[in-house]
Design a protein around this ligand. Structure first.
Ligand SMILES: [Zn+2]
Length: 343
């Protein structure tokens, strides 16, 4: 028998886990970043970052359009290691310059749609999610965020094992946090030897073990990354609520293709696919996805839809979630049940 999610006074304390891939950053900046810089995916990264120029220097033909395949070829050949280094620098530089547009992006909506119990795990190197997090920080009740391949906006003091924003001070030695390592796409990645990587992956795995919703946004498991898939599956499979849990895939690829690539994670018909964030359950039930889903499916007593508005400014969006925040405070302080959206 699957275990029912932890429901208490209409509150579902099981986490909602969101996995982000390059497609999510593209969706956050459809017209490019604040300065018009394009956000790449693996299939156009070579072109957008102008990496061909580096390859041309040594007369290396680009055998594949896909960056992951190219990079793995480069590092497995001693002769080309220095080229790989140049490419890493170019990547780091390009992503460091990315700036979030002023108007609310998909990442602002996403961050405000989740609560402290929830987790966003991103495979992206760009700093957009961190920038969105920082500008919503006054809300306080934000989800946890981890970066599974490192991030250019993240800093680390390896000596004192402290993680934070790049260049902010380490609370122990008071020196600025240095850049955290980025993990580049090689066939067999080492997710456990680096302290930061190990911590970030462990946090994702802990959430997958108890998650009730699992949203996969703009991320296709690259065939080369068998380790990432295995690590996630290993944590997701023994989850006692998995048989009742829901998977939602936000992606522009075709339904059958997506279903096939996540088949091992899906139980029965407990999955949904939508093309963009506006169609997602998180957009329709911000901050209440796990409650609304449990009410509809376990109690057969669906909640009213409480869709986000299409906000033009960030403060409009932040004001809109106020009643939800207030309800959360009342539950924590006085154990008042959630009733704002119950029918
Ligand atoms: Zn330190």
């Amino acid at each position: 028998m699957p275990t029912l999610p932890m429901l208490d006074k209409n509150v579902n304390n099981s986490p909602h886990v969101v996995l982000l891939g390059a497609g999510a950053s593209v969706a956050a900046c459809l017209q490019g970043d604040k300065n018009g810089r394009k956000l790449p995916v693996m299939d156009n990264l070579i072109e957008i970052l102008g990496l061909q120029e580096i390859l041309d220097r040594v007369g290396l033909p680009c055998k594949s359009e896909n960056f992951e395949e190219l990079y793995d070829d480069l590092v497995s050949n001693k002769e080309y290691r220095s080229i790989a280094k140049d490419i890493e620098e170019r990547i780091c530089h390009y992503f460091s310059e990315i700036e979030i547009p002023e108007e609310p992006t998909v990442y602002d909506y996403l961050i405000l749609a989740l609560r402290k119990k929830d987790l966003i795990a991103s495979f992206n190197w760009d700093p957009l999610l961190l920038q969105a997090y920082r500008r919503n920080i006054q809300i306080q009740r934000l989800p946890q965020v981890v970066f599974l391949h490192g991030n250019v906006g993240m800093g680390m003091c390896y000596e004192d094992k402290r993680i934070g924003y790049l260049n902010t001070l380490c609370e122990k030695c008071m020196r600025p946090l240095g850049p955290a390592k980025l993990l580049y796409p090689i066939k067999h990645k080492d997710y456990s030897s680096d302290l930061l990587m190990r911590d970030q992956w462990n946090r994702l795995r802990n959430h997958l073990r108890t998650g009730y919703w699992f949203t996969i946004f703009g991320y296709s498991v690259p065939l080369s990354d068998v380790d990432a898939r295995e690590l996630m599956l290993e944590a997701w499979k023994p989850n006692p609520t998995r048989e009742l849990a829901q998977i939602e895939i936000i992606d522009i690829k075709s339904g059958p293709e997506l279903k096939k690539s996540w088949d091992e994670f899906i139980v029965g018909q407990h999955y949904g696919i939508c093309e963009d964030f506006l169609g997602s359950y998180l957009y329709q039930h911000p901050r209440r996805s796990c409650e609304a889903f449990a009410a509809a499916n376990l109690m057969v007593n669906p909640w009213k839809e409480n869709k986000f508005p299409e906000a033009r400014t960030l403060s409009e969006l932040q004001n809109w979630i106020q009643p939800l925040l207030e309800e959360e405070v009342k539950y924590e302080k006085y154990k008042d049940p959630f009733r704002y959206m119950t029918s």
